[in-house]
Design a protein around this ligand. Structure first.
Ligand SMILES: Nc1nc2c(ncn2[C@@H]2O[C@H](COP(=O)(O)OP(=O)(O)OP(=O)(O)O)[C@@H](O)[C@H]2O)c(=O)[nH]1
Length: 400
């Protein structure tokens, strides 16, 4: 089922249909592709309500949910395809291309995914953690094609880049639970092996400690098909990544933030009450999402005890203590403290900033002075997240 969760019909009727399908076809796997609204352009004021109410139904009735969001696809259109003002038709063609790549092996008798159920068994370890993200590579506009015929290794690398993701989240800030990389076209298996080797050795992606082998690869020799008006130029070889990562909760965090701000004032709630809903349904849906986020958080931080013991001796010396005090964020280096990752306290922007800073410091050969404090942020009026004094530790473990 493909629906947009921001609108009334897509979320309301979509949820009802899903409910009915799960009862009538309880033995079939239900795969949904859900389009979350753009965080920058609003079609309706109540998009956060609709999105969260619809997500509750997805949690309860769907088996696999592919999460996309319009903002990420708008960005791809603007930054990669040079479309100044993308229309829905531009977004929809990209979505269709991704869906086509995911189902290629089911439609053409491929070796890796024969049906939807296989997608579920490969990617969903727990019934609740079923929200997947996907990416596509290469996304090249017609103008650039002459200069860009990418190798399998380059395509595999691109498939894990944040800018190619169909959801507005940064997988580097989370960990993969499982992941499929589906190649298509003129692919030589030897090149696939070396791309996987590079991904693993360069630690491009991080896996949760309890499922470190979660990367599966599929090859399909069917070439990518495009329509005459497609914005993406036909490539000799392409790849689609579909992954279960804890970073998907960033998509929900952004919606939840808007939902909480509106619901605190009960804004627009009377429209729903007049249609027969109860306020308790809003609270219940929000709670269910909070549980889901908690589950992702636990999946991210759960560390295999054996691993913990093994790694205890190798713990990196440099660790970052991030303090948010009033309108400033301070980063202090401390030594060998218990690591606690809590990026959820920061806005997406700040997480990105801390991450980049962190990467920069780790690459640097200079060992920073112990307890040296660095002020990262100056007052930022638009940012609401750091009103209260908070602090957390951010690890600099090498998997970054
Ligand atoms: N990617 C994509 N998003 C769409 C498309 N049409 C609508 N949306 C998005 O879906 C959300 C809801 O759009 P609506 O057209 O109001 O959807 P609806 O489900 O018909 O809702 P109502 O009009 O309230 O019944 C918005 O966030 C839109 O940006 C489309 O063709 N493609």
């Amino acid at each position: 089922m493909l629906n947009s969760v921001g609108g009334g019909t897509g979320s309301g009727f979509g949820a009802l249909l899903l409910d009915k399908l799960s009862v009538d076809y309880c033995k079939k796997s239900i795969l949904t592709v859900n389009i979350y609204p753009s965080q920058e352009t609003f079609v309706s004021m109540v998009e956060p309500y609709n999105s969260i109410l619809a997500t509750q139904f997805l949690i309860d009735h769907a088996d696999v949910c592919i999460t996309m969001d319009n903002q990420a696809i708008y960005d791809i259109c603007q930054n990669k395809l040079d479309i100044e003002l993308p229309k829905y038709s531009n977004l929809n063609r990209i979505i269709a291309q991704v869906m086509s790549s995911i189902t290629t092996s089911m439609r053409y008798d491929g070796a890796l995914l024969r049906d939807m159920a296989e997608l579920e068994t490969s990617l969903v370890p727990y019934a609740k953690l079923k929200f997947l993200i996907c990416s596509y590579a290469p996304i090249i506009s017609h103008q650039k094609v002459d200069h860009m015929q990418l190798s399998t290794v380059e395509i595999a690398k691109l498939a894990f880049e944040t800018t190619n993701m169909m959801a507005k989240c940064d997988p580097r800030l989370g960990k993969y639970i499982s992941c499929l990389l589906l190649f298509r076209g003129d692919i030589i298996p030897k090149d696939v092996s070396s791309s996987i080797f590079q991904i693993r050795t360069h630690k491009t992606i991080r896996f949760v400690d309890w499922c470190p082998t979660g990367l599966k690869v599929g090859i399909d020799y069917q070439f990518q098909q495009t329509l005459p008006k497609d914005d993406i130029r036909k490539a000799l070889r392409s790849a689609c990544m579909i992954g279960n990562t804890t970073a998907v909760s960033q998509v929900f965090s952004d919606v939840c933030y808007k939902y909480d701000s509106m619901f605190a004032k009960r804004a627009f709630v009377h429209w729903y009450i007049n249609e027969g809903m109860e306020e308790a349904q809003f609270v219940e849906a929000r709670e269910e999402l909070a549980f889901l986020q908690k589950d992702y958080e636990e999946a991210d931080s759960a560390i295999n005890e054996e691993n913990q013991k093994e790694n205890a001796g190798k713990t990196a010396q440099k660790q970052l203590l991030v303090n948010v005090i009033d309108q400033r964020v301070e980063i202090v280096y401390v030594e060998n403290q218990q690591v606690l990752i809590d990026y959820s306290q920061f806005s997406h922007f700040k997480r990105q900033y801390i991450y980049n800073f962190h990467m920069h410091m780790n690459k640097s050969t200079k060992i920073p002075q112990q307890n040296k404090s660095i002020t990262l942020f100056q007052k930022n009026k638009g940012d609401q997240t750091n009103k209260n004094q908070r602090s957390c530790l951010v690890t600099n473990q090498r998997e970054y």
